[in-house]
Design a protein around this ligand. Structure first.
Ligand code: BEZ
Ligand code: FE
Length: 291
């Protein structure tokens, strides 16, 4: 019978992995590293028992907040920079493809399918600024891609996404567009404003514990997809936002900052954003082509 000590506890736990049941190599890899880092963290900060209990109670409160509309653990992961880190590990940039960033909790599947150039605005807001978004979707060689599906969504000038605001109509400021035969997309929308991530529950507790604020810089969300290419989940950030360097979820990438310029006389919007994306071939479709 081993005597458990401060020096051997980590090894005792990792040695127990798979002792009484089969586990895969990946399970072993994940659990070994998790146990080592968790034990290292507890030793590093000399975690006290009342702090451990407070953390367990915090996690229980976070679990109780989750329902169909709110996934509190993703929000906690966002605040700790974990969602953006995992996204960079899952979608490493290896060539000229566009950078991805976090999906966030506000996406809705099957948005209204709209023709090129149409507006996503269903409800008008006082002082809203209208924007014409347009650009080209290309592959990593620069060839324009036709028939690319582009889902877009954003918050309203009151800082709320439609599905969190009972005063906005269904699917306001959301749409699904396609590129034309030249790989060009275009749609009309509103200037996205800086807004706070949901911070009324444990996400807010964590932000305050970290001495951070809940604000995100104004951005338009995109999912750009086409068969044979890796779907790109990304955002265009407003270069004039005051929270660009102080994002509560650390998701801003320099390559995703767009210029919201005054629109020319040929446009019926206040502002104009030109922004191109590049898609990387799906590794699976490369394999199929080679076979
Ligand atoms: C968003 O951009 O919509 C978002 C991302 C992470 C957490 C909360 C919101
Ligand atoms: Fe957002």
């Amino acid at each position: 019978m081993a005597k458990i000590t401060l020096d051997n506890i980590t090894e005792e736990v990792t040695d127990a992995l798979g002792k009484n049941g089969d586990i895969s190599a990946r399970q072993r890899e994940i659990m070994t590293s998790l146990i080592k880092h968790l034990h290292g963290f507890c030793k590093d900060v000399k975690l006290q028992h009342h702090e451990f209990i407070a953390a367990c109670q915090f996690l229980a409160r976070a679990g109780a907040v989750c329902d169909g509309g709110r996934q509190e653990f993703i929000l906690l992961g966002d605040i700790l920079g974990v969602e953006v880190l995992v996204d960079m590990l899952s979608n490493p940039v290896t060539g000229t493809e566009s950078e991805s960033t976090v999906l966030g909790p506000f996406y809705r599947e099957n948005p209204p399918v709209l023709p090129k150039g149409a507006s996503t605005v269903i409800k008008e807001f006082p002082n809203q600024e209208t924007v014409y978004f347009e650009g080209y979707i290309r592959d990593t060689d620069g060839t324009p891609l036709a028939d690319v599906t582009i889902d877009v969504w954003e918050d309203a000038p009151n800082g709320l996404y439609e599905n969190h605001d009972p005063d906005q109509p269904e699917f306001n400021l959301r749409g699904r567009f396609e590129t034309d035969e030249n790989g060009h997309y275009a749609f009309r929308a509103l200037r996205p404003v800086d807004y706070p991530i949901p911070d009324n529950e444990t996400a807010g507790e964590l932000l305050r514990f970290m001495g951070h604020h809940p604000m995100r810089p104004g951005h338009m969300h995109f999912i750009v997809s086409k068969d044979g290419y890796r779907p790109l989940i990304s955002q265009i950030y407003d270069s004039s936002s005051k929270n660009l360097d102080n994002d509560s979820v650390f998701a801003v990438k320099e390559s995703l900052i767009g210029e919201f310029r005054k629109a020319g006389p040929d446009l019926d919007t206040d502002l104009h954003v030109a922004f191109d994306f590049r898609l990387k071939k799906d590794a699976a479709s490369d394999r199929i082509a080679a076979e």
